[in-house]
Design a protein around this ligand. Structure first.
Ligand code: GLU
Length: 923
């Protein structure tokens, strides 16, 4: 820094030398603030000075004035003027603080002394005819900043500023409107308290959706603001970009902050430019001063020296000499500046200065300058250049590939925080207590993120959100606690307003999860009775009895039912009616079992009743047959629902959903009347039908008896649960259609990169592979038994009751047969005057002789077996002779009786009624 002091000294020496042939002594007043005293270039300037000029200002004579004390500054400056009263005062270089600079400038104006300023000058400060400012003109700078911000393509931004002067500098930036009219064009402002606690304001910045921040502050305070920003987690957010408007921001060491942070700033010179290099290497001791870190003051002071030196040379070339000023603050006398040095300075053409290739002043301010836009992590080359000669344009120096490479570098530096929640099969926790960080989790989301990280070359860390709720994953992204949100993350319009989503990685819709109807209990062998309810069974049998009795009376009244019992005897005086209640019961039973009956009524009224009964039987049989299969295999649920409409139409089965999720959002915001009704029902249900998460809902569906609870759930979850449990089913179709995406903060710069990774995974089939892995291969459910509905064979357990019915029928038949037999024995014993036991023995003996086909009308208890056999032989012979006789008569078509022979049915009828007596009487 001593080198710098010498530079000024020698330069002043040079300046004084060129004004007179005999070592003209000139003086330059250098007024700096305390922190500027290191800006010195005494040695390096030697070569500029003509030999005839002697600079009387020594390095020790730099005046240090206080920053904000105008009175002391004035006093100090006037002392200086007094002290140098008889010297040739060439110019005064002013300090950077506005208060001190304004004070000195106004005195210089009064004394007609050229004043050179190297610090910013707000537009409110009046220009004086004796001053020159090397700092870029305020309005031009504002224009430049606006153009630069516009080139960033920021739709909205936050301005953090320290004072109104800063805001004035950004007035053109504030007027910016984004070319995309659709985009949200929002500007927010937060004032920073110098030396105070700004964490509250920075927290608000962190919670805001705006990613782009313009920080306007003095370079010395950037680090402390960044420190505070780091404390409130503002710096860990990869989506944020900072733009520092300080022209010295490049001099700071940001290594502790910026690894992955995007910080852009502006610089008044380009160290890579050949002119800068030439000038800087001539006047700076470059190993000591890093050319990259030269402050704008250093550069401008050097340029001021160059300007003074060049002015001196020009004056010398014109043989103009500076005379002693003899001025004082306390007199009204003004120095008569016949040379008009200030004008000479303004007209000087300097083509090689540090801060650009040209120095030019219109109305005392520097209006020609160039701004280099640089990113702090690659300061060497600017990313854009703005030039005051073409203020409405900006030259972007980086191509797309370079921009992408830089972005990838930042991505690689960043550790992505992925907010998620525990839910099978998306993300599960390893119970092993030693598992650490990502090793603690596994599942679909972990696999998906791992694949994305391979494609995008990024590192990540899963964090489980508070309460394991989807709403908190959204909050994590809104409040920038996470860079990505991965789970069963449904893309909804409400969420898209506060966060961004990647392309979808899974499609789904809302479905209804319900219990499968429970198969018939294995021991219900009377299931075949189920198609018809017990009441209907009762009515059928009662009706058949009533019907039989009715038909009996009708038949008794109908003349057509009364017939001659001896059809071969037309003279017969008797008529017989075969229709007893018993026969009608037989007829009813025959028709309702679809078997028919041999005897049928002949009269019209009986046939009308019979026809009606057959129609009744037809419907009953058809309904029974149609329902039989289903009732043999399934136990009937109280209410069976097959669609959301059916669910809404009943009140027995309750239905619910997971609260605070997108499914709830769907119902609560739906305009559809059906879904609105479902939502109202769910809200008013007591006890609550809502569950905190999907597994609880699935469990409730499983344990609720008789399937009295159904759960609205996303189809992906339903698919997974159906793979695990055989007792569940999905009711109907999907209520809507949506998809899952990866969530990220609004306008996250890595969104395209994530989209690209998802597309790549989709195209390569990897996405489907991961899904299959977690939905099929890793599912640990038992294979489900074949659907009983499709099973071809009926088990005995389902139809065992039919055998019981048959068995009971046989039992009753035997009982009746025994009673009839005993009754008949009693009748015979009375008729034949035999003892009951004797008759019984005789009849049992006969019944047991299964080869005996014919029987005597009366039992003969004393007959020997031989006589019995000869008697039976005799009977047999007679019977054979009769049969031969009747057969030959029928062949010859002869009537064995009379013309009025009974028809076949009547004969059969009669023989039957005889058989029913269990006796074949041989006459
Ligand atoms: N996927 C849902 C969400 O993102 C959670 C589950 C649900 O609401 O059914 O909120």
């Amino acid at each position: 820094m001593v080198i710098g002091n010498y530079f000024v000294y020698l330069l002043l020496l040079a300046v004084s030398g060129c004004l007179c042939q005999h070592k003209n002594q000139i003086r330059i007043g250098v007024f700096f603030n305390a922190d500027q005293k290191n800006i010195t270039y005494w040695d390096a300037i030697k070569e500029l000075l003509p030999e005839t000029v002697e600079l009387v200002t020594s390095p020790n004579e730099i005046e240090i004035v206080p920053e904000n004390d105008a009175f002391s500054t004035q006093k100090q400056f006037c002392n200086f003027i007094q002290k140098t009263k008889n010297e040739r005062l060439m110019a005064v270089i002013g300090p950077k603080s506005l208060t001190a600079s304004t004070m000195i400038e106004s005195i210089c104006e009064h004394l007609a002394v050229p004043y050179i300023s190297t610090s910013p000058k707000p537009p409110s400060v009046k220009e004086t005819p004796y001053s020159i400012s090397l700092y870029p003109e305020f309005r031009m700078l504002s224009k430049a900043l606006a153009k630069i911000v516009e080139s960033f393509d920021w739709t909205s931004f936050i301005i953090l500023y320290e004072d109104e002067e800063g805001l004035l500098k950004l007035q053109d930036v504030m007027k910016l409107t984004h070319k995309n009219k659709e985009a949200k064009n929002e500007h927010k402002f937060f004032k920073l308290i110098i030396g105070g606690d700004n964490r509250q304001a920075l927290k608000m910045v962190r919670n805001s959706n705006i990613n782009w921040i313009i920080l306007d502050c003095h370079v010395d305070r950037i680090a402390s603001y960044f420190e505070e920003a780091r404390n409130v987690d503002l710096l860990s957010d990869l989506s944020r970009s900072f733009f520092l408007t300080s022209l010295d921001a490049h001099t700071m060491d940001y290594t502790q902050f910026i690894k992955e942070l995007n910080i852009t700033t502006i610089r008044l010179f380009n160290p890579a430019h050949p002119v800068f290099n030439r000038v800087a290497s001539r006047y700076f001791d470059s190993p000591k001063i890093s050319l990259n870190n030269i402050t704008v003051e250093q550069a401008l002071v050097l340029d001021a020296m160059l300007l003074i030196g060049e002015t001196v040379n020009q004056l010398k070339a014109q043989n103009k000499y500076l005379s002693p000023r003899r001025i004082s603050c306390h007199s009204n006398s003004r120095y008569q500046d016949s040379l008009s040095i200030i004008q000479e300075m303004q007209e000087v053409q300097l083509n090689e200065v540090l801060t650009g290739s040209k120095l030019s002043f219109a109305s005392g301010s520097r209006d020609e300058f160039t701004l280099q836009v640089i990113e702090l992590n690659s300061k060497d080359s600017p990313i854009a250049i703005w030039n005051s000669e073409d203020p409405d344009n900006i030259e972007l120096t980086r191509n797309e590939t370079e921009r992408e490479a830089e972005f990838k570098r930042r991505i690689a530096e960043h550790n992505f925080i992925v907010s998620s929640r525990i839910l099978e099969p998306y993300l599960m926790e390893d119970p092993n207590p030693d598992a650490y960080k990502n090793a603690k989790y596994y599942g679909y989301c972990m696999d998906l993120m791992t694949e994305i990280s391979k494609i995008a070359n990024l590192s990540f860390e899963f964090r489980i959100t508070k309460d394991n709720s989807p709403a908190n994953v959204v909050n994590d992204l809104v409040e920038r606690r996470a860079d990505l949100g991965i789970m069963d993350f449904t893309i909804t319009p409400q969420r898209r307003e506060v966060i961004d989503f990647s392309l979808s990685f899974m499609k789904l819709g809302i479905g209804i999860l319900h219990q499968k109807p429970i198969p018939e209990e294995s021991n219900n062998k009377y299931a075949f009775m189920r198609p018809i309810s017990w009441t209907v069974w009762f009515y059928i049998w009662t009706l058949s009895l009533i019907n039989s009795i009715t038909m009996f009376f009708v038949a008794r009244m109908a003349p057509a039912e009364w017939e001659n019992p001896k059809p071969w005897d037309p003279e017969s005086k008797e008529l017989e009616n075969i229709w007893t209640v018993k026969n009608f019961l037989w007829l009813c039973l025959g028709s309702i079992t679809a078997q028919g009956c041999d005897i049928l009524p002949k009269s019209v009224p009986a046939r009308v009743i019979g026809g009606s009964w057959w129609f009744f039987a037809l419907i009953i049989i058809s309904s029974y047959t149609a329902n039989l299969a289903a009732f043999l295999t399934y136990e009937k649920q109280d209410v069976v629902i097959d669609s959301v409409e059916e669910l809404a139409a009943q009140s027995k089965i309750k239905y619910g959903l997971m609260s605070k999720g997108s499914t709830e959002q769907f119902f609560s915001s739906s305009n559809d009347s059906l879904y609105g009704r479902l939502w109202n029902n769910m809200k008013n249900e007591k006890p609550s039908v809502f569950e905190t998460d999907n597994p609880s809902g699935v469990e409730r569906v499983k344990v609720t008896k008789k399937g009295l609870y159904a759960f609205f759930m996303e189809s992906t979850g339903i698919e997974y649960e159906l793979g695990k449990s055989c007792n569940l089913r999905k009711i109907g179709g999907l209520l809507d259609s949506k998809s899952y995406g990866i969530g990220m903060p609004l306008n996250a710069p890595y969104r395209n990169m994530i989209n690209h990774a998802i597309l790549t995974l989709q195209e390569s089939g990897k996405l489907q592979q991961i899904k299959n892995k977690w939905w099929k291969e890793m599912v640990r459910g038992e294979p489900c038994p074949e659907d009983p509905k499709q099973s071809a064979s009926l088990a005995l357990s389902n139809v065992g009751g039919i055998f019981d019915v048959l068995g009971i029928g046989i039992g009753i038949a035997y009982a009746i047969a025994v009673i009839e037999f005993l009754w008949n024995v009693r009748q015979l014993s009375i008729e034949e005057h035999l003892s009951y036991m004797e008759t019984l023995k005789c009849e049992i003996k006969f019944a047991c002789n299964i080869f005996q086909k014919k029987k005597r009308a009366k039992p003969v208890p004393s007959e020997s077996s031989s006589s019995k056999s000869s008697l039976s032989d005799q009977h047999e012979k007679i019977s054979i002779a009769r049969s031969i006789f009747s057969k030959s008569a029928s062949l010859l078509n002869l009537s064995t009786h009379d013309e009025h022979r009974p028809d076949a049915s009547q004969v059969r009828q009669r023989s039957r009624s005889k058989v029913s007596n269990n006796h074949l009487r041989v006459s």
